[in-house]
Structures are given as structure tokens and as C-alpha cells.
Design a protein around this ligand. Structure first.
Ligand SMILES: Nc1nc2c(ncn2[C@@H]2O[C@H](COP(=O)(O)OP(=O)(O)OP(=O)(O)O)[C@@H](O)[C@H]2O)c(=O)[nH]1
Ligand SMILES: [Mg+2]
Length: 411
């Protein structure tokens, strides 16, 4: 994953990164009401379908009474449910089998881990910049090519324009190296990200400090909760987790595993229970037990599913009934691989749920880390943490200078 892949320039223009069209790509994430859209499940369905022996060629058309039941088996609710259950079981088994992952990453320096996490983004960007700036004096065509590269890297049109205009002003008609451009890029990215790189302060007087974790399906909410539980428990805080994703199969057990790993108490209700009721219980219990931190998980939901966003608003209303000042932090997890759709997620979750801060996950698995710059410029919301891996140690406080250096491929 961290190895430099050949042909990134081709991939850039060949389609791995979306073309700079204002139309957001369809979200890769499923909706809770459409269980077949779950990526792992889709994969399992395809595997199951692929694993089936190819039908024998038939000599003659079968009589109507010999025809199989109508509809392909993978579309029947029972089949989908069985596949979903299998996928959930597999995930939980995998989580149980894997020892706390990536604690082993801890001895490596923070910048090294960030740089290796962001390598795909920086390789793509710096490789493309290098390709544009081969033996060329800085002219209009080069600047145009550079602007295209920066836009394709999801940095946003304004940042792309600022960088090219800075170069035009300072270096026009002169030899410019890739390194010169990367320095300007890093400086501009840092300027945009500086104001949003703000730590999540756990107010000492606020007990319990209640964090609500929200986001689209699979964006990394539960994993981030596990990482945060580890961090706060490590600081000597008493942590409680609430299994507010009462919808998805195995979500409760997934959180319980994180509770076991980190020593945090997990409050849960049976699957299918009302999520706001669970939130009410959890806040009440955390108050009664004098916990320092309560982190509430929620089911993944697409921002355009109105009824699911209503449910989220209800969860927040119910939390406020117990503690009117809560939630003290409403964190939106954004999957960096989503690209441009993340902008819509921030906009709508922000309006409906009053997002107070962002966590960007999976920066290690994408060439699209530049989207964070576009989000910062457009919304100015604090970015508290970034996820650079699946392990418990792979959550880092967000710092602008390091991120800027790493994404620009500078050491
Ligand atoms: N590479 C990488 N994987 C991550 C990161 N954060 C989470 N993941 C993985 O992403 C997948 C989904 O993470 P979850 O934490 O279950 O996501 P979620 O938002 O709780 O998902 P739902 O509850 O289904 O909405 C898991 O396989 C995680 O291990 C990260 O920073 N880097
Ligand atoms: Mg989850």
C-alpha cells in the first residue's frame, strides 16, 4: 500500500481520480435500508454467485414447470439476510482473531506514519507535478496543466488557482522545478489547514464529556470510537461507550470488542432497539457513574436519507433531555476515499446535526487526501483527528504543517 506504484500519472488521467466535474460521484456507501449495498456483502454476494457452478448447457428449452423459482436467488430477502449475517459473523470473527492491531506502529515517529499513510495521495500529486515540470519554463500551458493536476487531486478550485497564481506572480518565464512547486503547494495547503487544525478539548468541568459520532456507512465511526477510547483510557480517563448503532447486524458486538480491548464499559440494548432510547440510557448511566467521557456510536446513514437524518435529530434531542449542554462534541467521520461527496456530507450533516468537528479516516488507503483542503476552505470546521490505518494506534491529532509537508511529498 505504501509502495510507490508505477503509472500514477496515467491513473490520474485515466480515471482512478475522478475528473474535475462539479457533479459528485455516486456515494460508494450503502444505505442502511439497502443491505445489499454493503460493500463486503456485495463482495460476498458476487463471490457466492461466482462460486456457483456455471449452468450446464441445455439441449432443449425446459418445460415451464422445470423452470427455477422466479427471480435470481441473490435478490430474495432471505438470501440477502443470510449473506448479511454471514458477513457480520465474518467481520466479528476477524476482529476477535486479530490482536489489537497496529499498537506495533507506535514506536515509529508520528511524521513517518503520517507520511506513509499519505503516500498514495502525495505520490499521485507529486508524480503528476513532476511530469508537468520537465524541462519547461513556467508558461501559461504549464500553469494550466498544473492547475488541472491540483484540481484532479481534489484540492479544490480555489486552492489550485491560488497556487498557480502564486507561481505565475513569482516565477513566470523562469525555470521551475517540481520541488519549487511542491514548496508552494505545501505552503498554501498549510495556510488553508492551519486554522482548522484544532485539538478536541475534553472540557475538564464537563463530566461526562459526551461525544456523538456520526457519518455515512462504513466511514469509520466505530473504529474511531475504539481508537479514541484507547487514547482517553490511556490518559487515565474513565470511558463509557454507547452502542447506538442498533441497526446493523454485529455493530453492537463490534463496539463490545473495542470495549474489551480498551477497558471501556459498553452500554447496549438488543439489536433493533430504539437508538435514541439507548442514548438516553447511556447518558443517564454515564452521569450516575461519574464517567469522564461518553462516546455514542450511531448507525451509518447517507446524508440524503431524510428519515434517517430525522432519527439522528431525535437522538440529539433525547440526549439534550438528560444534559441540555450535550453533545459536547458531534464528530463527523469522513472516509477520505469518498472524494468529492465528502463536501456534501459535511454540508448536510452540519445542517442537520450541528457537527462541531471532523475526523478524516482512511487517508492511508487513498490518493484523494487532498479533499481535506477543499473541505477546510469551504466549511472552516475544526479537523480534530485523521485516521491513517485500521489499528488502534492509527489515529493522529491533526496538524496542518505536517499534513501539508506529507501531502506535498516533502520530508
Ligand atoms: N485503512 C483504514 N481503514 C479504516 C480506517 N478507519 C476505519 N477503517 C476501516 O473501515 C471499515 C469500516 O469501519 P467502521 O469503523 O466499521 O465504520 P462505521 O462508520 O462504523 O461503519 P457502519 O457502522 O457500517 O456505518 C473497517 O474495516 C475499518 O477497519 C482508517 O483510518 N484506515
Ligand atoms: Mg459502525
Amino acid at each position: 500500500m505504501t509502495e510507490k506504484k508505477p503509472g500514477f500519472f496515467k491513473r490520474l488521467f485515466g480515471g482512478e481520480v475522478a475528473a474535475p466535474t462539479p457533479v459528485p460521484p455516486p456515494s460508494p456507501e450503502p444505505t442502511p435500508a439497502e443491505p445489499t449495498a454493503e460493500p463486503e456483502i456485495v463482495a460476498l454476494v458476487s463471490d457466492a454467485v461466482l462460486a456457483e457452478p456455471a449452468p450446464e448447457p441445455v439441449e432443449a428449452a425446459p418445460e415451464p414447470e422445470d423452470l427455477p423459482l422466479p427471480g435470481p436467488p441473490e435478490t430474495t430477502p432471505a438470501y440477502v439476510e443470510a449473506v448479511e449475517e454471514k458477513a457480520a459473523e465474518a467481520m466479528v470473527t476477524q476482529m476477535r482473531e486479530v490482536a489489537v492491531p497496529a499498537a506495533e506502529a507506535a514506536p515509529r515517529g508520528w511524521f513517518a506514519r503520517l507520511a506513509s499513510g499519505l503516500k498514495r495521495s502525495s505520490d499521485q500529486l507529486t508524480g503528476s507535478i513532476g511530469a508537468v515540470f520537465t524541462k519547461r519554463k513556467l508558461d501559461n500551458a504549464t500553469l494550466q496543466d498544473l492547475e488541472d493536476v491540483l484540481i484532479q487531486a481534489d484540492l479544490g478550485i480555489e486552492t489550485a488557482t491560488t497556487i498557480t497564481e502564486t507561481l505565475r506572480r513569482d516565477r513566470f518565464d523562469r525555470d521551475v522545478s517540481g520541488e519549487d512547486v511542491r514548496a508552494v503547494l505545501a505552503a498554501e495547503v498549510e495556510k488553508v489547514l492551519g486554522p482548522v487544525a484544532r485539538p478536541l478539548e475534553i472540557a475538564a468541568g464537563q463530566k461526562p464529556f459526551i461525544i456523538l459520532m456520526i457519518g455515512v456507512n462504513g466511514s469509520g465511526k466505530t473504529t474511531t470510537i475504539g481508537k479514541l477510547a484507547q487514547k482517553y483510557a490511556g490518559e487515565g480517563k474513565s470511558v463509557m461507550l454507547a452502542a447506538g448503532d442498533t441497526f446493523r447486524a454485529a455493530a453492537i458486538e463490534q463496539l463490545q470488542i473495542w470495549g474489551d480491548r480498551t477497558g471501556a464499559t459498553v452500554v447496549s440494548r438488543p439489536a433493533g432497539a430504539d437508538a435514541s432510547g439507548l442514548a438516553f440510557d447511556a447518558v443517564t448511566q454515564a452521569q450516575a457513574e461519574g464517567r469522564d467521557v461518553l462516546i455514542i456510536d450511531t448507525a451509518g446513514r447517507l446524508q440524503n436519507r431524510d428519515e434517517l437524518m430525522n432519527e439522528l435529530e431525535k437522538i440529539i434531542r433525547v440526549i439534550k433531555k438528560v444534559d441540555p449542554s450535550a453533545p459536547h462534541a458531534t464528530l463527523l467521520t469522513l472516509d477520505a476515499t469518498t472524494g468529492q461527496n465528502a463536501l456534501k456530507q459535511v454540508e448536510i450533516f452540519g445542517k442537520r446535526a450541528g457537527v462541531t468537528g471532523l475526523v478524516m479516516t482512511k487517508l492511508d488507503g487513498t490518493a484523494r487526501g487532498g479533499i481535506l483542503v477543499a473541505i477546510a476552505r469551504q466549511f472552516g470546521l475544526p479537523v480534530h483527528f485523521i485516521g491513517v490505518g485500521e489499528g488502534v494506534g492509527d489515529l493522529e491529532p491533526f496538524t496542518a504543517a505536517e499534513f501539508a509537508q506529507a501531502i506535498a511529498g516533502r520530508d
